[in-house]
Design a protein around this ligand. Structure first.
Ligand code: COA
Length: 159
């Protein structure tokens, strides 16, 4: 039953009663608690402000998923696409439930939705200190590019 609900690549040690579902605006406070607990870098005064996330989730290119267990939010993965490429952001799992395959299930669920939209390239950006996250993405089949540098131009510092 769980495998039908969550999809492919299930691990035997996935926590029971885990649901991967769409983010709801009422989840916002729990989401921020999760990100704080997970020590995920995020922009509370910028992109990740309540109104921004609640607005962004309504857009057709947004795939904002959470992992719920016993009514609590224990994981998140956000996807957006620009029509050519899908981007994965804000992947986090509460420390107590790590290395049980939850982040993998979240990312696979975002990937399936991207693929269904015809988006065949999926990418993520990881800060150079975040070795754990690099190991995670490599562990689920992402290729690291050592020959690409990230350039941005921002209208505000905290955007
Ligand atoms: C990165 C993170 C989301 C991984 O969550 P998770 O649920 O523990 O990951 P999974 O259990 O799905 O891991 C899947 C595979 O990724 C790899 N992996 C995950 N974490 C790893 C680690 N710390 N070290 C080495 N490999 C790791 C493994 O191959 C793992 O499979 P295995 O357990 O069978 O060996 C979690 O560590 C986290 O929340 N980190 C802090 C927030 C953050 O920095 N997010 C990334 C922003 S880009």
């Amino acid at each position: 039953m769980l495998s039908l609900f969550l999809g492919v690549n299930l691990r035997a040690d996935l926590p029971p009663d885990l649901a991967i579902r769409e983010f709801r605006t009422s989840d916002y406070d729990a989401l921020i608690r999760l990100w704080d607990e997970a020590k995920l870098p995020y922009k509370p005064a910028g992109r990740d402000k309540r109104e921004n996330i609640c607005d962004e989730v309504k857009r057709s290119n947004a795939i904002f998923l959470v992992a719920e267990k016993n009514g609590g939010i224990i994981g998140s993965a956000f996807g957006t696409h620009d029509g050519r490429k899908g981007w994965i952001n804000r992947v986090a799992v509460t420390p107590k439930w790590r290395r049980r395959g939850i982040a993998a299930q979240l990312v696979y669920a975002v990937e399936r939705r991207f693929n269904a939209m015809g988006i065949g390239i999926i990418a993520c950006l990881i800060e150079d200190w975040n070795v754990e996250s690099m190991r995670f993405f490599e562990g689920i089949g992402y290729k690291r590019h050592r020959d690409i540098f990230y350039f941005t131009k921002r209208s505000k510092v905290d955007i």
